[in-house]
Design a protein around this ligand. Structure first.
Ligand code: PLP
Length: 401
């Protein structure tokens, strides 16, 4: 589809190489990987290969540590419920106030069921208070679930350190790495992470396929029981074509990681500089020195992010007004609220998320397109309400002016 796609934290286009790899598994190699005949053998071989490709992406010790799931949400929910189910005497959970709905809503449900959920605050840049985290770790805690990278701001949490601290306290550590996997180097063997979730559609594989990394020896209880698939850890006939696609996407991500980290970050920085230079009263949000290479979240004071989004959409430019999974709702972003960003700025937030398939020419078109849109929207809101903008609450800048 023609247009400029800068909403890659919501989902990514499937890479051509990935489509080529998966198509035969929808046609001639249609066998059930559990079938003991040649059709099944071919599918089973493909699963083994994909498992090794995921093992390589994560630096896992063994392919059996990879459990295929229906996506990031299932992996997150499985990890948390498994930790609770295998340690019934432990009734506490530690998480943060900026998690994706997959973790956030699960924890809220568990709190209603009587578990004690400790929600860590973040500061204005989205950073955690490690001292409070250390104080909360205790033998009463069943699991820590903290994301690697935030989907809205790209802010990275120090998961290595957090996992190390959890291990020292004898507490299981899960990370939602859905936004980090495929974008940043991950080497789970060099960390103390026990469980990690990833999702294919965030790095150029199709939707509906993901992984729960499960360190060998970590106690586990399946969410989906029934068949023996995935060594009894996730019942249901494997989605072979999507798993093959995920394996290929993992291989591509690994081979292109250096390019993606530098070239994509350079385009993101160009976009940030271009917009902050030309649009007055705009600032970037998040931990700017420590964020995903592809993510930029800018608050445009005095305008609605949704209006910018709609105007850009008319020009064929796709961005997001907040969390992807929140779009369509007018709920203010819980991530921005947790960061203490004033409501008026939260409403003016626009997330630009890039991928290796963007070009500098596209970025330059966006840099040209945004300033007149913001200017027009500000002028029309002043006409509609002459006081608007005049008393705009001051915003503590998270970026140098
Ligand atoms: N976790 C994070 C941080 C995400 O950004 C998302 C998707 O937006 C998910 C989990 C859910 O992944 P999936 O869409 O594969 O269920």
């Amino acid at each position: 589809m023609a247009g400029i796609y800068l909403d890659n934290n919501a989902t990514t286009p499937v890479a051509a190489e990935v489509v080529d790899a998966m198509l035969p598994f929808l046609t001639e190699h249609f066998g059930n990987p559990s079938s003991p005949h040649r059709f099944g053998d071919g599918a089973a071989r493909a699963l083994r290969q994909a498992r090794c490709q995921l093992q390589a992406l994560l630096g896992a010790a063994h392919p059996a540590e990879i459990v295929f799931t229906s996506g990031g949400t299932e992996a997150d929910v499985t990890a948390i419920l498994s930790a609770l189910g295998t340690q019934p005497q432990r009734r506490e959970i530690i998480t943060t106030g900026v998690e994706h709905a997959a973790v956030r809503n699960t924890c809220q449900r568990l709190a209603r069921e009587g578990y004690i959920v400790h929600v860590l605050d973040v500061d204005g840049r989205g950073r955690l208070d490690l001292a409070r985290y250390r104080r909360l770790l205790s033998p009463r805690v069943a699991v820590v679930s903290i994301m690697w990278a935030n989907n809205e701001t790209g802010t990275l949490f120090p998961v290595d350190t957090l996992a190390e601290m959890a291990r020292a306290a004898g507490v299981l550590f899960h990370t939602d790495a859905v936004q980090a996997a495929g974008k940043l180097p991950i080497d789970v063997q060099r960390t103390r992470i026990d469980m990690l979730s990833l999702s294919g559609h965030k790095f150029h594989a199709p939707k509906g396929i993901g992984v729960l990394y499960l360190r060998r020896g970590v106690p586990f209880q399946p969410l989906l029981r029934g068949g023996h698939q995935e060594r009894g850890r996730r019942a249901g006939t494997e989605n072979t074509a999507a798993i093959v696609a995920l394996g290929k996407a993992a291989e591509l991500a690994l081979s292109r990681m250096d390019y993606d980290m530098t070239a994509v970050a350079a385009m993101r920085d160009r976009l940030e500089r271009g917009l902050l230079r030309t649009v007055p009263r705009a600032f970037a949000m998040g931990d700017l020195d420590n964020r995903l290479p592809n993510t930029l979240n800018i608050a445009f004071e005095g305008v609605e992010g949704e209006d910018i989004l709609l105007s850009l959409n008319k020009l064929g430019i796709a961005v997001s007004g907040g969390s992807a999974c929140n779009s369509g709702s007018v709920e203010p972003s819980h991530v921005m609220i947790a960061m203490g960003i004033p409501d008026a700025a939260v409403r003016g937030a626009v997330r630009f998320s890039l991928s290796r398939y963007n070009t500098t020419a596209e970025i330059d078109r966006v840099i040209e397109s945004v300033p007149p849109i913001v200017k027009r929207l500000r002028e029309s809101s002043v006409r509609a309400d002459p006081d608007s903008g005049a008393d705009f609450p001051p915003i503590s800048r998270t970026t140098p002016a």
